[in-house]
Structure formats: C-alpha cells, structure tokens
Design a protein around this ligand. Sequence first.
Ligand code: HEC
Ligand code: HEC
Ligand code: HEC
Ligand code: HEC
Ligand code: HEC
Ligand code: HEC
Ligand code: HEC
Ligand code: HEC
Ligand code: HEC
Length: 364
Amino acid sequence: MTFTRATLSVLLALAVCTPLCAQTTQPKPGTAAVEVQAQKAATEAQNGSLAPLASKSSLVSSHAPFEAGDCKICHQSADPKQPGPLTKQTPALCLDCHEEFDSVLKRSHTHPPARAACTTCHNPHNANFRKLLLQEPRVLCTTCHDKVGKASSSATVPHKALTTGAQCTNCHNPHGSDVEKLLLQLPFDLCVSCHKVDTMVDAKGKKLQNIKTWLDNNPDWHGPVAAKDCVGCHVPHGSDHFRLLKEDYPQEFYAPYDARTYALCFSCHQEQAFSTAQTNTLTSFRNGTKNLHFVHLQQPGRGRTCRACHEVHASKQEHHIRDGVPYGSGGWTLKLNYKKTETGGSCEKTCHQERSYANRDAPK
Ligand code: HEC
Ligand code: HEC
Ligand code: HEC
Ligand code: HEC
Ligand code: HEC
Ligand code: HEC
Ligand code: HEC
Ligand code: HEC
Ligand code: HEC
C-alpha cells in the first residue's frame, strides 16, 4: 500500500475529467448500472455530501490518507480549502491503495454499487460510523434493499443476527463473494458459526439449542439438514412464524390438529399420511391399518405435535425419533424408550405403559 500512487501520466490523462466521465469508464453498464446510479443519488441525498465531516466529537473513523493531510493524494490540488476534482474516480482511485479489492471485484458475485462507486457507502475522509461508513450497515443496506428492510423490521420473530455486531455484514460481503447472494460462507456454515454456543437465548430469554454440538452428537441428520439447507426451513432475515420458520409449525407440545399449522412439514411430507384414520400404505407408524400418526396427532384435547416423538434437525435413532422430551424447566427429560422391532416398534414407560405396533412381516 502506498501513499504516492498518483503518477504524472495519470494526472495528465484525468486533468480534464469531470465527475461525469466516471460513468463512461464504469464496468458492466446496463440497467443495473443505471439503477445503481439512481440509488446512489438517493443514498447520497439522504446522507448528505461526501465532504470531510467537521464535527470531531461524533467521529468514529478517519481515513489514514486523509489524516496525512495531503489532499493531493486523491484530489488535484493540495489546497485543503479548494482541493478541486479527483485525480481519478472510484473504484480506481481506491484500488490504487486497496489492491486486494481488485480480486474482490473479480469474484463470481459482485455487488453493483461497489463496482460503480465506493463512495456509495464510504466517506473517503472520515465518518460517524465505523469503517468510514455513511450510515450503520442495516440503515445503509435497506435504503436500497427496502424489501428486506420492511420484512425484517415488521417481523414478529426478529433475528438478532441483523442487529448485533456487523449487522447485515455478519453474513454478507458488501463488495463481492464467490458464494451466491454475496454470502461470506455457505448458509449452513454461516448459521453454525454462530449457533455453536450453549449460552444463546431467544427474545423471551429461553435457552436455544447449541446446533453445532447437537449435529456433532447426532449422526442421523434430517434430509434438508444433511443437504446443508438451513434456509430450506428458516428465513434468515426475520419471520412471522415461530423460530424464524418459513411456514407454520405449532409452538406448543400439545395442539389441536389443523393441517395448516403443520404447513412447514407438509411442504415436503404428504398430509394424508397424518389425517387418514385407516391405511395400509400411507405410513409405517400404524398398528395393522390403524394409523398411529392419526391417533396421536388428532387426540381430542391433547393432540401431540411432531416434536413429541421426532427431532427435527438430527437424531441418534432411526426415523428421527427422539431419545426423550425435556419436561418442565428443571432440565428433566422424559425418555421415550422407543424400540424398533422386526415388525414395527414399541414405546414404554413414557406417556403410557409399553405399547407396540406391528404392520409388516418379520424378515425370513
Ligand atoms: C483517499 C482519497 C481522498 C483524500 C486523501 C481526500 N479526499 Fe476529498 N474526496 C475524495 C472523494 C472520493 C470525494 C468524492 C468526490 C465525488 O465522488 O464527487 C471527495 C470529496 C471531497 C469534498 C466534497 C466535494 C463535493 O462535491 O462534495 C471535499 C470538500 C473534499 N473532498 C475535501 C478534501 C480535503 C480538504 C482533503 C485533504 C485534507 C481531502 N478531501 C482528501 C477523496 C479524498
Ligand atoms: C493513498 C492510499 C489510499 C487510498 C487512495 C485509499 N485508501 Fe482507504 N485506507 C488506506 C489506509 C492506509 C488505510 C488503513 C489501513 C489499515 O488500517 O489496515 C485505509 C483504510 C480504509 C478503510 C477502513 C477504515 C477503518 O476504519 O477500518 C476503508 C473503508 C477505506 N480505506 C476505504 C477507501 C475508499 C472507499 C477509498 C477510495 C475513495 C480509499 N479507501 C482510498 C489507504 C488508502
Ligand atoms: C454497499 C456498500 C458498500 C460499498 C459500495 C463499498 N463498501 Fe466497503 N464496506 C462496506 C461495509 C458495510 C463495510 C464494513 C464490513 C464489516 O464490518 O465487516 C466495508 C468495509 C470496507 C473496508 C474495510 C475492510 C476491513 O476488513 O476492515 C474497506 C477497505 C472497504 N470497505 C473498501 C471499499 C472499496 C475500495 C470499495 C469500492 C470498490 C467499497 N468498499 C465499496 C460497505 C460498502
Ligand atoms: C445503492 C444501492 C445499494 C446499496 C446501498 C446496497 N445494495 Fe445490495 N444490491 C444493490 C443492487 C442494484 C443489487 C443487484 C440487484 C439485485 O439483485 O437486487 C444488489 C444486490 C445485493 C445482494 C444480492 C442479491 C441477489 O439476489 O443475488 C445482496 C445480498 C445485497 N445486495 C446485500 C447488500 C448489503 C448487505 C448492503 C449493505 C452493506 C447492500 N446490499 C447495500 C444495490 C444496493
Ligand atoms: C444471519 C445471516 C444473514 C444476515 C444477518 C443478513 N442476511 Fe441477507 N441473506 C442471508 C441468506 C442466507 C440469504 C439467502 C437466502 C436464500 O437463498 O433463501 C440472504 C439473502 C439476501 C438478499 C437476496 C434477496 C433475498 O431476500 O433472498 C438480500 C438483498 C439480502 N440478503 C440483504 C440483507 C440485508 C439488507 C441485511 C441486513 C438488514 C441482511 N441481508 C442480513 C443471510 C443473512
Ligand atoms: C451473527 C450470528 C448469527 C448468525 C450468522 C446466525 N444466527 Fe441465528 N441467532 C443469533 C442470535 C444471537 C440469536 C438469538 C437472539 C434472537 O435472535 O432471538 C439467534 C436466533 C436464532 C433462531 C431462534 C429465533 C427465535 O427467536 O425463535 C433461529 C431459528 C436461528 N437463529 C436460525 C439461524 C439460521 C438458520 C441461521 C443461518 C441462516 C442463523 N441463525 C445465523 C445469531 C446468529
Ligand atoms: C426441516 C426443517 C428445518 C431445517 C432444515 C432446519 N431447521 Fe432449525 N428448526 C426447525 C424447527 C421445526 C424448529 C422448532 C423445533 C421445535 O421447537 O420443536 C427449529 C428450531 C431451530 C432453532 C431453535 C432451537 C431451540 O432451542 O429451540 C435453531 C437455532 C435452529 N433451528 C437453527 C437451524 C440451523 C442452524 C439449521 C441448519 C443446520 C436448521 N435450523 C435447519 C426446522 C428446521
Ligand atoms: C407419537 C409419536 C409420533 C408423533 C406425534 C409423530 N410421529 Fe412420525 N413417526 C413416529 C414413529 C414411531 C415412526 C416410525 C414408524 C416406523 O417406520 O416404524 C414415524 C415415522 C414418520 C415418518 C416416516 C414415514 C412414515 O410415516 O412412516 C415421517 C415422515 C414422520 N413420522 C413425520 C411426522 C410428522 C410430520 C409429524 C407431525 C405432523 C409426526 N411424524 C408425528 C412417531 C410419531
Ligand atoms: C424441505 C423438505 C422437508 C421439510 C420441510 C421437512 N422434511 Fe422431513 N424429511 C425430508 C426428507 C428429504 C426426508 C428423508 C431423509 C431423512 O430420512 O431424513 C425426511 C424424513 C423425515 C423423517 C424420517 C422418515 C424415516 O422414516 O426415516 C421424519 C420423522 C421427518 N422427516 C419429520 C419431519 C417433520 C416433523 C417436519 C416438520 C417440522 C419435516 N420433516 C419437514 C424433507 C423435509
């Protein structure tokens, strides 16, 4: 990184360049570029000018070359009262020192405003926010991404990942990435990089499972988890469903049966398998033709939800059957004592005395 990047030839070439000529030299013109220009104008109008901020008291960050006091590093004149036009436009100006951005902007997914002008988000001199930002990330990002902004601010189940630390940039690279949607890592790795502690609680103070430890200790991963698709079931930006789910899923242990409240499960599993009282094809959880899914889910007054018997992320037992169910807040677990048998299965000393079911021939 060097502070004396301006060469004479560059200065000469750009001497007659007005800010407008930047647009003709920007890469990838087209509708996106036009859109970015319009959005840039809107962001700037909202954030004010890019001049150095006068009030020192609220400053959070200051740019090393600006601190050096030599305006000529970027402007055509060294006179701080009238530094004049730039020697070149951003991003080229910035890339002279921030050489690593040359490769960032060549990644397979790049952010249009970063290709267009670094000053869409950064004040080149100093700022009231960290990293020379014109605004804190979520305000900055949602000036253009208003859909994400609206969805996340109106969500009844918000996700703290958007409001702590680097906010949107906890998960997204604002410049460019080799992962789709400008993500820092694949979604699964992102989620697990935070959900690996025992101390996390939800908005009501209820302890949240350490997902990483759980997955490490339970080898039978549910299909979409095995496909590493956390966002197959969860919305990262906030949701109107319990636990940031994409669709409805009852939040209680007991709930009266209504197919709509299981929309999440039934987006992949067949609903009839649970609402048909007698069957010899739709489910293997049946005693002869008596559908035991139906029996448990539809029990009047005390319909069990799926969590009474299944783990949703991963389990030790087959069919994602749980070992036990946490009971009360004291940390006691009611064991299910599920046993798979040759012809079906059984549960004992759980919600009831031992009961078994059979629906297939024992292997010969
Ligand atoms: C790291 C490069 C850099 C340095 C060093 C720098 N500037 Fe700037 N300055 C810029 C950029 C980029 C802009 C935005 C110009 C644009 O996009 O129109 C700008 C804009 C300005 C503006 C506002 C112009 C406008 O039309 O809004 C003022 C005033 C200014 N600079 C003053 C200074 C002074 C004074 C110094 C030296 C103490 C200085 N700058 C040092 C990069 C720099
Ligand atoms: C003359 C060299 C030079 C130029 C030109 C330059 N920078 Fe920097 N920039 C630096 C240095 C040096 C640092 C401090 C690096 C560090 O701390 O690792 C820095 C740091 C930054 C930071 C991090 C600030 C922080 O608080 O951590 C941002 C953001 C940044 N520059 C953006 C820009 C943008 C945008 C442009 C173009 C308008 C630009 N830079 C042009 C030299 C330059
Ligand atoms: C869409 C907004 C946006 C644009 C456009 C943008 N940046 Fe940034 N930049 C950010 C945000 C947000 C951060 C802080 C990320 C974080 O906290 O991890 C950042 C951080 C940085 C940093 C500090 C990196 C570090 O690790 O500390 C540098 C340097 C930087 N940007 C340079 C640039 C340059 C050069 C350009 C133009 C090629 C540019 N930015 C365009 C939003 C933007
Ligand atoms: C000046 C407007 C503007 C700002 C500010 C802005 N973006 Fe973007 N962003 C765009 C445009 C334009 C696109 C490409 C069109 C699209 O996919 O929406 C884009 C694309 C994206 C994408 C990829 C979307 C996809 O479907 O592939 C993500 C993720 C993203 N931006 C996140 C951010 C984050 C995080 C910030 C704040 C650090 C931010 N943006 C700030 C204009 C902006
Ligand atoms: C917890 C990680 C995380 C945080 C924090 C986060 N995002 Fe995302 N974002 C994602 C993931 C994962 C996707 C891809 C979702 C998918 O493919 O279904 C995504 C997708 C996007 C997209 C593409 C369009 C869409 O909705 O799928 C945009 C734009 C976007 N995010 C903007 C933002 C903005 C703006 C913020 C801050 C207000 C933000 N994100 C915060 C993880 C995050
Ligand atoms: C930057 C850290 C971070 C990342 C990355 C992250 N989370 Fe979170 N998540 C949190 C924190 C902190 C909480 C607890 C506070 C809250 O949001 O209620 C949480 C809560 C949750 C909750 C429970 C919300 C509730 O109130 O019921 C779910 C579900 C969740 N995250 C899923 C995900 C998924 C899926 C991903 C990946 C797309 C992800 N998280 C990525 C930090 C993160
Ligand atoms: C098949 C859909 C599905 C997939 C895929 C999925 N989840 Fe979940 N997740 C759920 C459901 C349903 C709940 C609510 C479980 C309950 O309360 O019984 C939940 C709850 C959570 C919780 C809150 C746990 C608690 O203690 O209450 C977190 C955190 C979470 N999921 C993160 C993740 C992460 C990280 C991934 C990817 C590794 C992921 N989920 C993949 C459906 C899914
Ligand atoms: C009372 C305990 C219990 C409840 C409640 C329960 N299941 Fe099951 N489920 C089982 C058992 C036991 C099996 C294994 C049957 C076998 O193959 O022997 C099973 C099997 C399954 C299967 C494999 C296909 C099949 O039907 O044989 C799926 C899918 C399934 N359950 C989904 C669900 C969903 C979704 C819910 C909630 C709507 C739910 N289960 C509620 C105990 C239960
Ligand atoms: C995104 C699609 C998807 C969603 C949503 C989904 N599942 Fe699954 N589920 C699968 C796939 C694929 C399999 C087969 C692979 C496996 O055994 O995990 C499966 C298998 C199962 C099995 C084990 C079947 C067996 O006999 O081994 C159970 C139990 C189950 N899911 C329960 C649920 C519950 C409960 C929900 C709702 C909370 C749900 N699933 C939501 C895709 C999904």
